[in-house]
Every structure is written in structure tokens, then in C-alpha cells.
Design a protein around this ligand. Structure first.
Ligand code: V47
Length: 379
């Protein structure tokens, strides 16, 4: 069956399939728009009937977005890989003084953005290591540098880990810091750094940096100061099912409270050159699709679910469009975090390639801004 036919699968036939998989009670809740429980989330992760989970998630995405799939024209700038922390899942970070460590001056950031002026880039996505010595002004300067190069660009920068660091080194009040960041040109924040919002995983894998409560508290501050942001989950390493569901429930609660999340983005773990390399595997196609689908079903108050093609691979991201995802991320241009950890995906896809992936899967490509304003039909 082609993905297009799948997208139009007869409703009653779908319900029969889901009921035959023993998930009729969850289906009834999904159809009624009733919130799923923690236990429902665990069942969705554990049932062998992945297709049934996908069908339910597909219904939700279709109800919210019809056949639209969003993408944007963006570029990544990872302004430093030097990092205070040693997270076991990270192949990107370097210690200060290490040969592979680098730090971009604001002038280099400006140059990186200028290099793409010939392309219709609307967003610069800036995340990095947590540098041990750069002062508060540096963070404002890298944002200013991007805006100087391209004044109309949307700067989506700084994970909650970086924001927390910036707040701590600033010597200024929380209100002043967010006002400074806004004045410098910060538009929104990316969703990285959340990893898995579970104390056991925090202790085992990223114990030095901000833990689950710290990430949620910082996200609350960001959203209360009027910035939109995304939320990720890094899956496919040591986390358990209950911890994945706990992660989703905590995101859902914060969204109820503040309403500032745009997209949920499950990030597939790449193990190469990390301290978890012995642990071995790259995520499976089944886990990728399930992570998208369960996210779509549990996060009833999130507008968007993003299939980030660099981490999922193009094949898995394309398939995810029929498992609940309505966004495939952007052109990216120069990516270091996943490439250092072994992905063989290209550095960049152009707009036509993204639109083709979407059309071939049976959906309608729509170019968007960072905050999901529609720009056009795609190329
Ligand atoms: O915070 C680190 C993760 C994140 C690995 O908000 C790894 O639109 C897989 O957050 N394998 C950065 N993942 C990327 C990110 C992101 C990407 C695209 C769009 C958006 C958005 C956000 O990558 C990090 C960390 O959680 N990460 N190492 C690894 N080996």
C-alpha cells in the first residue's frame, strides 16, 4: 500500500485493526479527544502492534494539520564545542585546550550567516557546548552578529542548559537577562538538552549538567518571559519505557501551565565516538516510528511533532509523516552534533529535496517560519 493510500485508510477499517490489537479503549479516548494516562503511554510503547499505534497517531495529526507537512529553510551554527560537561551520549563536546576544541568569535558567526545570504534562509539555529570562560556579553554578541549579517533572520538559540548558564554568569536579574537577549535579537529557543527527564538517567548519563527539574524550571522561565521553544527527548540508549512516558507527561504538564512549546522532537541517539559506543546500536526503524507516534498521542496540547531528518535519517523521517509527524525540520546546512556521533546523512538538503520527500510520502509541503507562520507551498 502506498503512503498516500495509507493516509486515506478507511476510518472504520482502521478502528477494527486497532481494536484487534487490543487498543480499542485507547482509540476511543483518542477519538473523543480525552487525555491519555501514564499507563496508556506505557501500553503504547510496549504493544507489539506498532501499526495500530501509528494509525491512531496519524488520525490525530490529520485532525490537527490535514495533509500539511512543514519544513523551513534554516542553517545551524554551533558556535563552540568546548564544554564544561562530559555527557556520556555526546561526541561533539571537547575540553578546553583539546586540539579538536573550537570557539567562534562573533565575527565568525556573522561570516557563517553571510555565507548563506544567497539562499532564502529564515532561521539560524544556534546551540553549542557550555564554554567555561566566555563572559555574558559573548552570548549577546553572537546573537547580535547573526542579526547584523541578516537583520530579518529569526535567531533560535540556546538550549535550556545554555540559558541556565547564561543566567548564572550574567550577574543580572532574570528579567534583565531575558530583556537583554530579546534586545540582542533572540527570537525563540530550541528544544535540546532535555535528554530524558528522569533522575536515574540523569545520574547515569549526564550527571554534571542540569537535571530534569532544572530543565523544566528553565523552560518555565523562558516561556514566562514570552519566548516560544521546542522540546526534545533523546531516546535509544539506557532509558526505560516508564521513563520515556514520564518525560512526556512532564512536558504535557508544563505545556498546560505555560503554553509556549511549539514542537516535540524525539531525537534518535547516535552512539559512535561517545562514552556509550560500547552499548552499541543505532535506533531501529520501529523505535523511531513508535517514538514519533507515542509523542503525538500523549502530547495532546503540543501543536507540532517534528521528524528531524538528520537524526532519524531521511528514510525514517519520511515514514514518520504517516506515524504522527507533521514537520520534517529544515535545510540545516552545517551540522556537527550528529555528524560527530556517526550519522551518514548529508549536511544539507535543499528546499526541493525536502519538498520531494514530503510529496512522495503523500503529503503537502508547506514552508514555514520558525514559529509556524506559513510562507508558501514549497518548491
Ligand atoms: O541537546 C547530543 C542531542 C541535541 C547526541 O528545537 C544527540 O528545533 C543524538 O536539540 N545522538 C541538539 N542526539 C539538537 C537539538 C535540535 C535539533 C534540531 C532541531 C531542534 C529544534 C533541536 O542533540 C542535544 C542533545 O540532546 N544529542 N548528542 C547523539 N550522540
Amino acid at each position: 500500500m502506498s503512503p498516500t493510500a495509507y493516509a486515506h485508510l478507511d476510518e472504520s477499517l482502521a478502528s477494527k485493526l486497532i481494536a484487534a490489537a487490543g487498543l480499542g479503549d485507547i482509540d476511543a479516548k483518542v477519538r473523543a479527544g480525552t487525555r491519555l494516562s501514564f499507563d496508556d503511554g506505557v501500553r503504547l510503547y510496549e504493544t507489539p502492534h506498532l501499526a495500530a499505534v501509528g494509525l491512531m497517531a496519524h488520525r490525530v495529526r490529520t485532525r490537527k494539520h490535514g495533509r500539511k507537512v512543514y519544513f523551513n529553510v534554516n542553517q545551524h551554527v554551533n558556535y563552540t564545542n568546548v564544554c564544561l560537561y562530559s555527557c556520556k551520549f555526546c561526541a561533539f563536546a571537547a575540553k578546553q585546550g583539546e586540539a579538536r576544541g573550537y570557539l567562534m568569535t562573533p565575527e565568525i558567526v556573522e561570516q557563517k550567516v553571510r555565507e548563506q545570504l544567497h539562499r532564502p534562509v529564515t532561521e539560524v539555529h544556534m546551540v553549542a557546548g557550555v564554554h567555561p570562560t566566555m563572559p555574558y556579553e559573548y552570548y549577546l554578541d553572537v546573537v547580535r552578529a547573526a542579526k547584523r549579517a541578516r537583520p530579518d533572520i529569526h535567531v533560535k538559540a540556546f538550549t535550556m542548559v545554555e540559558i541556565d548558564h547564561i543566567l548564572r554568569i550574567s550577574g543580572r536579574s532574570e528579567d534583565e537577562v531575558f530583556a537583554d537577549l530579546r534586545a540582542a535579537g533572540l527570537g525563540s529557543c530550541p528544544g535540546g538538552g532535555a535528554e530524558v527527564l528522569a533522575d536515574r538517567v540523569h545520574k547515569a548519563v549526564f550527571r554534571e549538567k542540569q537535571g530534569p527539574q532544572g530543565w523544566l524550571d528553565t523552560a518555565r522561565k523562558v516561556q514566562r518571559h514570552g519566548f516560544k521553544m521546542n522540546a526534545t527527548m533523546l531516546y535509544g540508549h539506557i532509558e526505560r519505557t516508564d521513563e520515556r512516558v514520564q518525560h512526556l507527561v512532564q512536558l504535557r504538564e508544563l505545556q498546560d501551565e505555560c503554553g509556549g512549546f511549539m514542537a516535540y522532537i524525539p531525537l534518535a541517539f547516535w552512539p559512535y565516538h561517545t562514552d556509550l559506543a560500547n552499548f552499541g546500536h543505532v535506533t531501529t526503524g520501529c523505535l523511531d516510528q513508535r517514538s514519533i507516534a507515542v509523542g503525538r498521542l500523549m502530547l495532546d496540547n503540543f501543536p507540532h511533532v517534528k521528524a528531524y531528518w538528520i537524526m532519524l535519517t531521511q528514510e525514517s523521517a519520511q515514514t514518520a509523516l504517516s506515524f504522527g509527524a507533521n514537520d520534517i525540520d529544515g535545510t540545516v546546512t552545517e551540522e556537527k552534533i550528529t555528524h560527530d556521533a556517526g550519522t551518514t546523512e548529508p549536511q544539507r538538503l535543499d528546499e526541493a529535496q525536502l519538498a520531494q520527500l514530503i510529496r512522495e510520502a503523500g503529503y503537502e509541503p508547506v514552508q514555514r517560519t520558525t514559529v509556524y507562520e506559513e510562507i508558501g507551498a514549497g518548491v
